[in-house]
Design a protein around this ligand. Structure first.
Ligand code: C5P
Length: 217
């Protein structure tokens, strides 16, 4: 029997402003988040889509546009209660400025020191507060891909992590590994749309398993 679920999908880059015209951000086209949302909608699910600035947003979702990691965190905490499945494909900036400069920093000839502080880890917060929800994240690594991704699966208390290399930046096709605590599945050189379908189906499967275990307890 089909069950309509609520997905909370985090996508796109966050921006941390240094002064009114300069910011720190991460590389992210938002294509994977878009593909995840489109597939979930196509399957008849509800989607709350919290996104940093990108070129294209999905249709038929509850769209929440954000700029900074703190805004994404606040909106995610608010929407977490409504979600059955959380997937973070967002490129969240790990640091923000300790002090925002109200006016554009002058090219004075002296170098300017920037003091940074840590941003909250949003998907980790969701993982630690998930109760019966499914929480999935991504791990983009430039070295020791599988080992680093497995560490993140554990430390963020995720049900699934999707590991990929740098070749996925902005491209339509990529290779990923879907990692759970007891399995690794490679999806080689496939479109982000195809991979998104696999991820959504896998998270629904995990959700149903958790539910049936709970019902049989
Ligand atoms: O630790 P790392 O940034 O590599 O982890 C990647 C995963 O964590 C992604 O799913 C990303 O969306 C999420 N993340 C987050 N909040 C952060 C940093 C990363 O939710 N501050």
């Amino acid at each position: 029997m089909f069950k309509k679920l609520t997905f909370l999908i985090l996508s796109g880059p966050t921006k941390e402003y240094i002064d009114p015209v300069r910011y720190i951000s991460n590389e992210s086209s938002g294509k994977m988040g878009l593909a995840l949302a489109e597939y979930a909608v196509k399957k008849g699910h509800r989607v709350i889509f919290i996104s940093g600035e990108v070129k294209k947003y999905p249709a038929q979702v509850k769209l929440v546009k954000v700029t900074t990691a703190l805004e994404m965190f606040k909106e995610s905490k608010f929407s977490l209660q409504k979600a059955d499945i959380v997937i973070s494909a967002a490129a969240v900036a790990d640091y923000r400025l300790a002090k925002f400069q109200k006016h554009k920093i002058k090219k004075s000839g002296n170098s300017t020191l920037l003091w940074l502080k840590n941003n909250p880890d949003i998907v980790k917060y969701c993982g630690k507060n998930k109760s019966n929800k499914v929480v999935a994240g991504f791990a983009l690594e430039t070295q020791n891909l599988l080992a680093n991704a497995k560490l993140k699966l554990q430390s963020k208390n995720l049900d699934l992590i999707v590991a990929n290399g740098r070749d996925s930046f902005g491209s339509d096709k990529t290779t990923v590994y879907m990692i759970k605590s007891d399995s690794i599945v490679e999806i080689k050189n496939r479109s982000k749309k195809f991979i998104a379908g696999k991820i959504i189906n896998e998270t629904v499967k995990i959700f149903e398993n958790i539910k049936s275990l709970k019902n049989n307890a």
